[in-house]
Design a binder for this molecule. Structure first.
Ligand SMILES: Nc1ncnc2c1ncn2[C@@H]1O[C@H](COP(=O)(O)OP(=O)(O)O)[C@@H](O)[C@H]1O
Ligand SMILES: O=C(CO)[C@@H](O)[C@H](O)[C@H](O)[C@H](O)COP(=O)(O)O
Length: 478
């Protein structure tokens, strides 16, 4: 009898960490089942380490992210963790963190299970970071890549640190995304490995030649020794150097994937499917035919970008910076106003009340352009509200208008009729900001001229697990 193949997928998202255990199931139409899953809010936002970043700085505390990861692992069934034969990891793209080689973590046996604790690490500077102004970005060398460079991209952040905080950079000799860091710590890698999916998200990476723009970067004084070595997505980065919870030492760990690609992998069953993922951010994605090559030069004004997927194929992506985070900003604002008025209220209560109120308010004349973070192709166009009449000010009106605005903003980036022209026949909705919000679902259904169905709310974690599951199954066959 063939060995049971169980894999663990982890997604280190901007808001929450998710983990899923996946097993091959011949009887199931999808070929797999999700045995168990777990999500934990990381609540990792913290003040920027460099004061010069100002209020635009967006950083997260790596210790809190790892704590949320360990809470997820602790919540999964121990007997299933014992069967894990592969670990796939994905996470929020574009961001960068630094650590000292050999001192990135310490393994402890102290608690109920062996865990690693971050040691000589920086904060994670996330994709939401806005410290690189348009003027600063214009001062950087032109990349030799089809992707332009925006604020929050790893290489732009490193350029900024080089100019504004050179002493800070000197404290570290290794860099990666948060998910590259986790893979490196699990496997005890001296240098992290990075998939082209994440390398492309940092900027200054050429996806055709699969190489960093080393000459351009070197000439600009960039610390190129910080750039990780690049590996194929779906390949193995190493094996666990320690037992981790119940997962045996020596378990294969995949090179970290982008959460975008992992989400798509979990739910795009046909080439004619588009994926709409709404989590902290939002992406509308279609797959490009094999052999497709993006234009050679970047177009910073283009709202659609081409991101590497698997096997040298590309995804066309409208990646809006304004998704569930816009609703989260509204909720924080309400909670703060209530506190200012002397009232305490839980965020989860606000979410459920506002979604309920908007579900009863089927329409509104209020129009909200929700771009509180701007967009990469229009960084200076912030949010606005129009059509304000005294009759449209209820919580239901505002929430309905916010949800509609998120979907309409995406439509302005990638008109939905374009999907039909690409041969798309249906849209799969994924991401927990969508699956938990009935009103957002209604607005999606209202706006798309195509049938919409829904995936799961831990999609990227399932996708990361599936990549390793398929690898394990093909190893068993050969
Ligand atoms: N209680 C809730 N009900 C509905 N939506 C919520 C709730 N809590 C958070 N959200 C939404 O979920 C988003 C985060 O989704 P999540 O999948 O955790 O993001 P990520 O994958 O980026 O970490 C938030 O930005 C918010 O819009
Ligand atoms: O910005 C892009 C692509 O450019 C996104 O697709 C991408 O998935 C990034 O990882 C995020 O923006 C973060 O993802 P999430 O935490 O919102 O799920």
């Amino acid at each position: 009898m063939a060995a049971r193949s169980v894999t663990l997928g982890i997604d280190l998202g901007t808001t929450s960490v998710k983990a899923a255990l996946v097993e091959a199931a011949l009887g199931d139409p999808s070929g797999f089942v999700v045995l168990a899953s777990c999500a934990r809010a990381a609540q990792a936002e913290t003040a920027a380490q460099s004061a010069a970043a100002g209020p635009q700085g967006q950083e997260q505390d790596v210790k809190r992210i790892i704590q949320a990861l360990h809470e997820c692992l602790a919540a999964l069934p121990r007997q299933q963790l014992r069967k894990v034969c592969g670990i796939g990891v994905s996470g929020q793209m574009h961001g960068v963190m630094f650590w000292k080689t050999g001192q990135g973590c310490a393994w402890t046996e102290g608690g109920a299970a062996p865990v690693f604790e971050p040691r000589a690490v920086s904060h994670l500077v996330t994709w939401q970071d806005g410290r690189c102004s348009s003027e600063f970005l214009a001062s950087l060398p032109q990349p030799e890549s089809h992707l332009s460079v925006a604020t929050g991209f790893g290489c732009a952040t490193i350029f900024w640190l080089l100019k504004n905080s050179p002493e800070f950079l000197k404290s570290y000799d290794t860099a990666g995304t948060i998910h590259d860091y986790v893979v490196a710590m699990l496997c005890g890698l001296a240098r992290p490995l990075m998939s082209d999916q994440n390398a492309a998200s940092w900027g200054y990476f050429n996806t055709r030649s699969q190489s960093w723009n080393l000459e351009i970067l070197r000439a600009a004084g960039f610390p190129i020794q910080l750039l990780p070595d690049v590996a194929e997505p779906g390949s193995v980065a190493g094996r666990t150097s320690q037992a981790w919870f119940e997962i045996p030492k020596g378990t294969q760990v995949g090179v970290a994937l982008g959460d975008l690609q992992a989400s798509v992998y979990s739910c795009m069953a046909q080439k004619t499917d588009a994926v709409l993922n709404i989590s902290t951010s939002v992406q509308l994605v279609a797959s490009m035919p094999s052999g497709f090559q993006p234009p050679q030069t970047p177009d910073p004004a283009a709202p659609v970008a081409y991101f590497p997927y698997f096997d040298r194929t590309y995804l066309a992506v409208a990646a809006s910076l304004n998704g569930g985070n816009v609703l989260a900003t509204f909720v924080h604002m309400l909670v703060q106003w209530m506190a200012d008025l002397g009232l305490q209220v839980e965020e989860s209560m606000v979410y459920s009340c506002m979604i309920q109120a908007a579900a009863q308010q089927r329409d509104t004349c209020l129009t909200i352009t929700p771009t509180v973070l701007g967009e990469r192709h229009l960084p200076d166009q912030l949010a606005s509200v129009t059509g304000i009449s005294s009759s449209d000010l209820s919580l239901g009106h505002v929430t309905r208008a916010l949800c509609r605005g998120i979907v309409q903003n995406l439509h302005s980036m990638l008109p939905f009729r374009q999907l039909r022209e690409w041969g798309v026949e249906r849209v799969i909705g994924s991401g927990s900001a969508l699956s938990r919000n009935e009103v957002l679902k209604q607005e999606v259904q209202r706006a798309f001229p195509l049938p919409v169905s829904y995936g799961r709310d831990v999609d990227a974690a399932v996708g990361a697990a599936l990549v390793m599951l398929q690898r394990s199954l093909s190893q068993q066959k050969s």
